[in-house]
Design a protein around this ligand. Structure first.
Ligand code: SF4
Length: 325
């Protein structure tokens, strides 16, 4: 399969803006501590045409920042993103309309003053994908495809439930006829029963439209249902990636194992075996030495504290960053 979306050694740094206190202190001669946070460090990955890659990690691990760089919304500090052989950030919106994003909070991503029919038609009309005369038919078609009544086109976002709003957000993204859909925690804010409905809708649309997808989630159990391959991210770096079935059947990195142990699964005695990942995600302002997972890893040794393990290839395209995997 040919790679449609590629990240080559992408890194993203954010520098803390001086606060009012910092500026006042600077006026009296104090130096501003402009520490940079490295949200994503040296990440390389490729998503093949028609494939769904699941990107998993705890909140704050950098997965949404990586998703935004892949969507062309955020430029990398170094490295590059290639879409169909061209860099989206350098090619203007003609390329980036072919990548659309669905965010976690549909209420925040929909304009509260626009009827949802106008929200769905806005992009396709602006980019010449549909004429003004054809916008009504386009909106009705997409509302039906996501399981909503076409008459809802006249309603405002606050008149929908959370699950219905996420359906509208999916319709709005897909009405742009993208080749790549990036879903950033699309079901995290929904009830479990509604999550299943949205995931099934996603699977149906992906199959019918032949989409290439990046599915970002903190929950390995959610990604299990949708991903062909998974990449596990910890403190800005990929620590394990591979074919989803293999990773779930035999996780090799201690962090992947910990995430799986913390995630509910059918057929398992939850009371006995559900264990949250020990400890807290360290601050990216002060990442641990060596392997960043060592303060939480039950297998950590002096080597782990001193030396960061490289991401190395194992069998069947599996990549692992652990001295003892
Ligand atoms: Fe644990 Fe060491 Fe492997 Fe890091 S390198 S995951 S600390 S065993």
């Amino acid at each position: 399969m040919t790679a449609l979306l590629v990240a080559e050694a992408v890194t993203r740094r954010f520098t803390r803006r001086p606060s009012l206190g910092d500026r006042i202190a600077a006026a009296f001669g104090a130096r501003h501590d402009g520490r940079a946070v490295q949200a994503v460090t040296d990440v390389s990955l490729a998503i093949s045409r028609g494939e769904t890659l699941g990107l998993v990690g705890e909140s704050g691990c950098g997965k949404s920042t990586l998703g935004r760089m892949l969507a062309g919304i955020l430029p990398p500090s170094s490295g590059r993103v290639l879409f169909d052989g061209a860099a989206p950030m350098q090619s203007g919106h003609k390329v980036t309309t072919r990548i659309q994003t669905v965010f976690q909070d549909p209420f925040a991503s929909l304009n509260p003053r626009l009827r949802i029919g106008d929200s769905i038609a806005e992009g396709p009309v602006a980019h010449g994908l549909v004429s003004r005369a054809g916008r009504g038919a386009l909106v009705a078609d997409w509302l039906m495809r996501v399981g909503l009544d076409p008459a809802f086109a006249q309603r405002f976002p606050h008149q929908f439930s959370g699950g219905q709003r996420q359906r509208v957000a999916i319709a709005r993204a897909l009405a742009m006829q993208p080749e790549v859909l990036i879903c950033d925690e699309p079901v995290a804010s929904l009830d479990v029963s509604i999550q299943a409905q949205i995931l099934n809708l996603f699977l149906d649309l992906r199959r019918d439209l032949g989409l290439t997808c990046l599915f970002i989630s903190h929950d390995l159990a959610v990604v299990r249902h949708v991903a062909d391959r998974v990449a596990i991210m910890y403190l800005g770096r990929i620590v394990e990636s591979g074919e989803a079935a293999r990773v779930y059947a035999a996780p090799l990195h201690p962090y992947t194992r910990a995430l799986l142990d913390s995630s509910p699964r059918l057929g398992r005695d939850q009371a006995v075996s559900l264990r949250p990942v020990a400890g807290e995600l360290p601050s990216p302002l002060a990442p641990p030495s060596g392997c960043a997972f060592h303060p939480r890893c039950p297998l950590a040794t002096d080597l782990c504290r001193a030396e960061r393990p490289a991401l190395t290839a194992r069998d069947s395209g599996r990549l692992i960053a652990c001295h003892f995997a």
